[in-house]
Design a protein around this ligand. Structure first.
Ligand SMILES: [Zn+2]
Length: 312
């Protein structure tokens, strides 16, 4: 039986509809960008080393610390234009070597893993975009064609080589992440060697050159646990800029067979019925994935309800 719970359409954190229009057509328009930057309604945050400042509001929400551009520390910063919301507010991130001093007691630095479960969809969308750009910029300072230095262009979305003229675009590495289920609707969960004791999750791996994502699912499952996938069903995706992945989430339907782990990436794999997983989580034998990862969402979607919280 294939379940499609009602929550299937709920957004995964980091993929939600934060309502930001990226306005990509303006990235090369310096006059437009200059006017957008100077506008009093424009909001800016600093990103540094994958972190930004977040703070709690009086009513208990957590927000990105946003400031008007005239308060923003533009010196020696790279400016990324992230887009505009439905009210016409434009957003920029400034990439700097360090976060600014805390503006008040409540503000604190946080990376995406910590911030994502707390922030609104809009703030998540802004932060994940900025962090992804920062990671790409940091690792692509030299031209892959001629080896000379590249410079930032297109409001953070291009790096241009001044020696040979090559333009380099942000890179995203597709990875597949899949929950394998059998004809009894049991789920196959595995654990990696370096994970905390008891932690089990979905299988995952990078898509290789010249391979479709469906082929990657079949190959990775065969390599990691020796199980033959018969059908691949796409569910959802999630940007995962650590540093530049895009996680493509699947349910992979397989004939039930005893997993044979590769012993390299995966040290143990087991089929779980829902009842077995519930019992194993309750006894503490198994820590299911939680937090904002798409792995947690894929397992919870099959399980039928949110999983017991465990360290991410
Ligand atoms: Zn070059």
């Amino acid at each position: 039986m294939r379940t499609t719970p009602d929550d299937a359409v709920q957004p995964i954190p980091l993929t939600g509809t934060g309502g930001i229009d990226r306005c990509a057509g303006y990235r090369l328009d310096e006059a437009w960008l200059g006017a957008a930057w100077s506008h009093p309604s424009t909001r800016v945050f600093v990103v540094s080393g994958g972190q930004a400042l977040i703070e709690e509001t009086a009513d208990g929400r957590t927000e990105l610390v946003l400031m008007p551009s005239f308060d923003a520390p533009l010196t020696e910063a790279h400016r990324y234009f992230l887009g505009a919301d439905a009210d016409g507010v434009r957003y920029f991130a400034l990439q700097k070597d360090a976060l600014p001093g805390r503006m008040d007691e409540a503000a604190r630095p946080a990376g995406l893993r910590e911030a994502a479960p707390l922030l609104s969809e809009r703030d998540n969308e802004l932060l994940v975009h900025a962090v992804a750009l920062e990671n790409w910029q940091r690792l692509h300072r030299f031209c892959s064609r001629c080896g000379e230095r590249t410079v930032i262009a297109a409001a953070g979305h291009i790096r241009r080589c001044q020696a040979c003229g090559a333009e380099h675009y942000p890179r995203t590495d597709p990875a597949v992440i899949m929950l394998v289920v059998d004809e009894e609707d049991r789920a196959l969960l595995g654990r990696q060697l370096h994970w905390p004791k008891g932690r089990f999750s979905t299988l995952a791996g990078f898509v290789e050159p010249g391979e479709s994502i469906e082929q990657a699912v079949v190959r990775e499952v065969a390599e990691e646990v020796g199980v033959v996938v018969e059908e691949v069903e796409y569910i959802a995706s999630q940007p995962w800029p650590f540093p530049s992945s895009l996680m493509l989430g699947f349910v992979a339907h397989a004939a039930s067979s005893e997993p044979v782990v590769d012993g390299d990436e995966i040290e143990q794999a087991r089929w779980f019925s829902r009842e077995e997983l519930r019992a194993a989580m309750e006894s503490g034998e198994v820590l299911a994935p939680s937090g904002v990862s798409i792995a947690a969402r894929l397992v919870a979607r099959w399980y039928g309800k949110p999983l017991v919280s465990a360290p991410w």
